[in-house]
Design a protein around this ligand. Structure first.
Ligand code: NAG
Ligand code: NAG
Length: 400
């Protein structure tokens, strides 16, 4: 599809201009035999999906779409500080992010106008569904926050998802021992990565990986924005994320998105999700155009588009037949992998994905692929993301 247009393959196998240092696992993570412990496999029956609306609903459901647990603001009975309450009961329809955390006992989410961590303890109704951490998005920093990820020491990284040079990541203390407050203090502010849409903790390297853009994705900078994958090594002693240019990897090309949004559209293609392949040192990353694979050992982009689906996502299908248009060069182009806002791979080879409708920001179902066959679940719901509700093998959430 795109290979002719972008000449991607030539770029794909060219070595990077510089050789980044290879990162070794830290000694404390090694077993005696030098192997990284691999957690026991999860059941891979539970999926978490965000259903947009006022109010939005977070749903944990099985592979058939049968809902086992859900959370919405009417479930909240605790007393909340005023800004948190107003963020929860805002008119925002967002259910932008939702993640398995703390051995499944918590859900981290971007919900309405809040960044929240919620108890998921259905066996203990007295604590179930309580908010244990929250920060309002009604602020200049977090207005557009799209994602969050736990860090060691009960820290929580929240991406600001803005367009300015000072956008990036804010780190909070999400300890449930702390009371909910209107303005939880920021432990660390990491600037310089715009439009971050996904983050993933790497326990083996003790690195937080994020994907965003190097310049304003909305076109407000005089230069095009490239997609970037950046790793931030976590220093266990200081408790700080470290910035190191050696872990900043730019996509080989930038892309306009005229094919979908019309001639001369100002936004550049930005990354949407950064997804580990279970038990492998590989990321898959989606953007507005399609999928790329990134090898963490060699720190190289290794595959693109159909190569990625052929290798890692067999059974991927375009969800609507209207994903085509005229690109900036005036050529007809099909973009079957466009706008994968969220996807998630299980160790048994099954995977879920959400592709927004063409010219819209969300999809109207979740695709679940089992043994290479796609099923549609949560049909009719307005959805941005679905993820497996489990600890991905080889990619555990922080152990400390
Ligand atoms: C977070 O708060 C808890 C509870 O007060 C405290 O024990 C912990 O040291 C704090 N962590 C950081 C990194 O400040
Ligand atoms: C989802 O949207 C597509 C494209 O508009 C439409 O063809 C399909 O019927 C919709 N599906 C549901 C479940 O609403």
């Amino acid at each position: 599809m795109l290979t002719g247009v972008f000449g991607w393959f030539a770029l794909l196998f060219e070595p990077l201009a510089f050789q980044p240092p290879l990162i070794q696992p830290q000694p404390r993570l090694r077993n005696d035999d030098g192997q990284i412990p691999i957690p026991a496999p999860g059941p891979w029956q539970d999926i978490i999906t965000g259903h947009y609306g006022v109010p939005a609903i977070l749903k944990i459901h099985d592979r058939k779409g049968v809902v086992k647990w859900s959370w919405q603001r009417e479930d909240v009975t605790q007393v909340l500080p005023p800004r948190i309450k107003s963020g929860l009961f805002s008119n925002a329809n967002d259910a932008t992010e939702m993640k398995w955390m703390r051995d499944g006992k918590s859900v981290g989410a971007i919900y309405s106008n809040l960044v929240v961590v919620i108890n998921h303890t259905p066996e203990y109704p007295s604590t179930d569904k309580q908010i244990t951490f929250a920060v309002s998005r009604e602020s200049d920093d977090l207005r557009n926050a799209h994602t969050l990820e736990p860090l060691p020491g009960d820290r929580l990284a929240v991406a600001t998802t803005g367009q300015r040079p000072w956008d990036g990541i804010l780190v909070y203390n999400m300890s449930s021992a702390l009371p909910l407050v209107d303005e939880p203090p920021v432990l660390q502010r990491v600037e310089g990565l715009r439009a971050i849409h996904a983050m993933i903790w790497d326990e083996e390297l003790q690195v937080l990986w994020a994907t965003g853009t190097d310049a304003a994705a909305d076109g407000s900078d005089p230069v095009p924005a490239y997609g970037v994958i950046q790793g931030y090594p976590f220093d266990a002693v200081s408790g700080q994320l470290r910035e190191d240019k050696a872990y900043r990897f730019r996509f080989p090309e930038y892309y306009d998105i005229d094919t979908e949004w019309g001639h001369g559209y100002s936004w550049w293609s930005g990354p949407h999700d950064l997804v580990p392949v279970p038990n492998e040192r590989t990321f898959l990353v989606s953007n507005d155009i399609g999928l790329h694979a990134f090898d963490i050992k060699t720190m190289q982009f290794t595959a693109a588009y159909e190569e990625v689906t052929d290798k890692y996502m067999r059974g991927f299908e375009v969800t609507t037949n209207d994903r085509h248009g005229i690109n900036r060069q005036g050529q007809y182009e099909e973009l079957p992998q466009s706008d994968l806002k969220g996807f998630s791979l299980a160790p048994d080879g099954s995977f879920v994905y959400v592709q927004s409708l063409w010219n819209l920001y969300r999809g109207n179902h979740t695709s679940l692929v089992v043994d290479g066959v796609r099923h549609q679940i949560m049909k009719g719901d307005e959805i941005y993301r679905s993820r497996w509700f489990g600890d991905i093998d080889g990619w555990p959430k922080p152990r400390t």
